[in-house]
Design a protein around this ligand. Structure first.
Ligand SMILES: Nc1ncnc2c1ncn2[C@@H]1O[C@H](COP(=O)(O)OP(=O)(O)OP(=O)(O)O)[C@@H](O)[C@H]1O
Ligand SMILES: CC(C)(CO)[C@@H](O)C(=O)NCCC(=O)O
Length: 252
C-alpha cells in the first residue's frame, strides 16, 4: 500500500493529510511564515520523515508550485488541475483559472452521487466560495470576501474603524437578528452576521430554482457560520481534503 500526502494550500492555512492503509494523520500550519515566505523546508521534512510515496496538492497560492515541484518523494508529485480525470463535468468558462480547491470540493460533492438534483458547496475560508453542481455538471457560483477579510477591509479602508478579530468577539447567537450596540459589535454584525445572511439568501434564491438542493458548508469559518445559518446544511470540515483523496484515487 502506498503512503501518500494530500495538501490543501489555502491563502491562510495549509491543511495536510498523510494516508497509510486508509488511515490518515492531519496537520495544519499557516501558509506563509511570519517572514512572508512559504515554509518549503517544513514540507520537505514532513515528506522525508514519513517516507511519502506520492503527493497530490491543491494550491491557491502560486509560490507553492515551486516548492511542490522541488519536493523529493519516492513516487510522484501531482497538482490538481482540470486536465485530471474529474467526477463531474465542467461548464466554467475559464476552467484554467478555477481555483484547485474548488475543483477538489466539487469532487467531494460529486462522490455523494447525483440523486439530489442540485448541490451547493459553501466554503468559508479566506474568501467564501459558492459552487453549484447541477446533477453532474458544474455550473459555477460566486466568490465573496471571507469573515476576516471583511473585518480587515473595513479597518484598512477607513480612518476610524478598528480591527476586530471576528472569532474572538463572543456574541450569543439565538436565531434573532443581532443589533450591534457599539463599534466592535457593529463590525462583527457586518462581518459575521452579514455573511450568514448572505449565505441564507443565496440558498433561498437557489432553492427557488432547484427545489431538491443539498448544501455543504466547509472552511475555517464553517463552525462560526453554522450556528447562524437558518437553512439545513451538512457541515463538512476539510471537505477539500476529502475531494483530494477522491481525485488521488481516481487518477492513480
Ligand atoms: N488563528 C487564525 N488566524 C487567521 N484566521 C483564522 C484563525 N482562526 C480562524 N481563522 C479564520 O479562518 C479563515 C481561514 O479559513 P481556511 O483555513 O478555510 O482558509 P484557507 O483555506 O486558508 O482559505 P482559502 O482556501 O479561501 O484561500 C480566516 O479567514 C479566518 O476568518
Ligand atoms: C477563490 C479562492 C481564493 C478560494 O480559496 C480560490 O479558489 C482562488 O484563488 N480561485 C481562483 C479564481 C476562480 O476560482 O475562478
Amino acid at each position: 500500500m502506498k503512503k501518500y500526502l494530500l495538501a490543501d494550500v489555502g491563502n491562510t492555512f495549509t491543511k495536510i493529510r498523510i494516508y497509510e492503509n486508509s488511515e490518515y494523520q492531519f496537520l495544519t500550519f499557516p501558509t506563509i511564515k511570519p517572514d512572508g515566505n512559504p515554509d518549503g523546508k517544513q514540507l520537505q521534512d514532513l515528506v522525508s520523515a514519513n517516507q511519502i510515496d506520492d503527493v497530490l496538492y491543491s494550491t491557491v497560492v502560486p509560490e507553492w508550485h515551486r516548492i511542490f515541484n522541488n519536493l523529493e518523494v519516492k513516487g510522484v508529485v501531482r497538482k490538481v488541475s482540470v486536465q485530471m480525470k474529474l467526477p463531474f463535468e465542467m461548464k466554467y468558462q475559464t476552467p484554467e483559472t478555477l481555483g484547485s480547491d474548488r475543483i477538489a470540493l466539487l469532487a467531494a460533492a460529486a462522490e455523494a452521487g447525483f440523486h439530489h438534483h442540485c448541490t451547493l458547496i459553501v466554503s468559508a475560508g479566506t474568501c467564501i466560495t459558492f459552487d453549484i453542481l447541477h446533477e453532474r455538471t458544474y455550473l459555477g457560483g460566486a466568490i465573496s470576501p471571507g469573515l476576516a477579510m471583511r473585518a480587515k477591509a473595513m479597518n484598512h479602508f477607513t480612518k476610524a474603524l478598528p480591527l476586530v478579530t471576528v472569532n474572538l468577539i463572543d456574541i450569543p447567537v439565538n436565531g434573532q437578528l443581532f443589533i450591534g450596540q457599539d463599534t466592535a459589535q457593529c463590525l462583527w454584525a457586518g462581518s459575521v452576521q452579514s455573511a450568514a445572511l448572505e449565505i441564507d439568501q443565496y440558498i433561498d434564491r437557489l432553492k427557488s430554482k432547484f427545489s431538491k438542493l443539498k448544501i455543504y458548508l466547509t472552511g475555517g469559518d464553517a463552525n462560526t457560520l453554522e450556528k447562524m445559518i437558518k437553512s439545513d446544511i451538512f457541515a463538512r470540515p476539510n471537505m477539500c481534503l476529502d475531494g483530494l483523496n477522491i481525485l488521488y484515487k481516481l487518477n492513480a
